[in-house]
Design a protein around this ligand. Structure first.
Ligand code: ADP
Ligand code: ZN
Length: 212
């Protein structure tokens, strides 16, 4: 199955993507993670993206569209994939359509802005492997240490409160219109984000029930 996860920054797309990936054995493609990787390894793409990302703005469409094109061409996407953080604008969605990529379902995870602000401030990520944690909702087994690889957890620069405000504005202005876009295509399912991660996961799986 070919899926898109929609939702505001910090709505829990990444965590839900992991759960779906595990259940259905398909890869998660996170443009945010790909860009952060590029930043870490100092590639041209990383350099191009840095200033946008740090300020909470979107990276230009052409840049992320190229990333996705390249990634979807890889062997492991043949049996399906989960897009986490792409598309984020109407032109990105149109580019996906033009590439002939079939999308089976778009799951939108809805979380109120006030809740987002609180959640994002508690978010911590692994500096090495990119795994995501939360100080209250998804604690690592050992404080500040990644369960998966043992590296130190850090706060993302763009998770600081002022930048989060900007990212939410960008989300409402540029990404939220995708709901109507996919609604019109009959592909949208809305899931209300729950307080407990596994309750949201249950709703997400329910929204995919008829696909399996
Ligand atoms: P979040 O946790 O907010 O969902 P991501 O890790 O998906 O964040 O993305 C972080 C940043 O990476 C975005 O604020 C943006 O600058 C850049 N980015 C990621 N995906 C895209 C995209 N599809 N289009 C433009 N910019 C993107
Ligand atoms: Zn790690």
């Amino acid at each position: 199955m070919n899926l898109i996860l929609l939702g505001a920054p910090g709505a829990g797309k990444g965590t839900q993507a992991e759960a779906i990936a595990e259940q259905f054995h398909i890869p998660t493609i996170s443009t945010g993670n790909i860009i952060r990787e590029a930043l870490k390894s100092g590639t041209e793409l990383g350099l191009k993206a840095k200033s946008y990302m740090d300020s909470g703005a979107l990276v230009p469409d052409e840049v992320v569209i190229d990333i996705i094109k390249e990634r979807l061409a890889k062997e492991d996407c043949q049996n399906g994939f989960i897009l986490d953080g792409f598309p984020r604008t109407i032109p990105q969605a149109e580019a996906l359509d033009r590439m002939g990529v079939r999308i089976d379902r778009v799951v939108d995870i809805e979380v109120a802005d006030e809740v987002i602000a609180e959640r994002v401030s508690g978010r911590r990520v692994c500096g090495a492997c990119g795994a995501s944690y939360h100080l209250s909702y998804k604690k690592p087994q050992v404080e500040d240490v990644c369960d998966k690889c043992g590296s130190t957890l850090v706060q993302r620069k763009d998770d600081h409160p002022d930048t989060v405000k900007e990212r939410l504005q960008v989300y409402h202005a540029q990404t939220e219109p995708l709901k109507s876009y996919y609604e019109a295509a009959g592909k949208l399912r809305i899931v209300e984000g729950q307080e407990r991660v596994k309750d949201t996961t249950a709703l997400v799986f329910k929204a995919l029930e008829d696909l399996v």
